[in-house]
Design a protein around this ligand. Structure first.
Ligand code: FES
Length: 189
């Protein structure tokens, strides 16, 4: 199904969704079906590695994942993630992966792309003011915070640092109970 067909289907199904809260809609979203078998080195700003020793505290960068050879495909919202190094008070000073988060930038309300507001230590959606906790990815204000799990927690990719400190993405499982489903959400324990 193409993205356009999918959006038409979702518009037509709006009323139905009201009465079908237990359907796993994440299965129908245009996520990548194949789980990557290999880890992927993170590239920021068009190709630079992101390194735990040089990435600034309380700073963020866009990451495209999974990246393709097609520059148009690489602009898709569903491939757009944000690497955040947490502020000091949330553990961002540690030189290991615990200082970092990599979340899908697709807001779980109506799929606008959010921004990381470093001065406020928050993930903020400009469309309808949903706000997410950068530590957990959970919405705590705005319409996304009123949605039922898993549609109130951003999908998250797991990270690993190599011997040089460069960050890698571990192979994800696109399941709401694992890394989450982009545009749908993630269950947290
Ligand atoms: S799309 Fe983000 S708050 Fe509505």
């Amino acid at each position: 199904m193409s993205r356009r067909d999918f959006l038409k289907l979702m518009a037509a199904a709006g009323t139905v969704m009201t009465f079908a809260p237990f359907v796993d809609w994440g299965k129908f979203l245009p996520n990548n079906r194949a789980n990557g078998a290999e880890k992927t080195k993170i590239e920021i700003r068009g190709g630079e590695p992101s390194n735990i020793y040089s990435f600034k505290v309380n700073h963020s960068e866009v990451v495209i994942y999974p990246k393709t050879d097609d520059p148009v495909l690489n602009t898709e919202a569903f491939r757009t993630w944000q690497l955040i190094r947490l502020p000091l008070e949330l553990g961002g000073g540690k030189n290991d992966v615990s200082a970092f988060r990599l979340y899908s930038m697709v807001c779980l309300h109506l799929w606008c792309l959010w921004r990381y507001e470093s001065k406020l230590n928050m993930i903020a959606c400009p469309c309808h003011a949903s706000a997410y906790d950068p530590l957990t990815g959970k919405a705590y204000a705005g319409p996304a915070s009123l949605q039922s799990p898993p549609s109130n927690v951003l999908p998250r990719l797991d990270l690993e640092a190599d011997a040089n400190g460069d960050l890698w993405i571990l192979p994800p499982t696109w399941d709401a109970r694992k890394n989450g489903v982009v545009g749908y959400g993630r269950h947290v324990a």
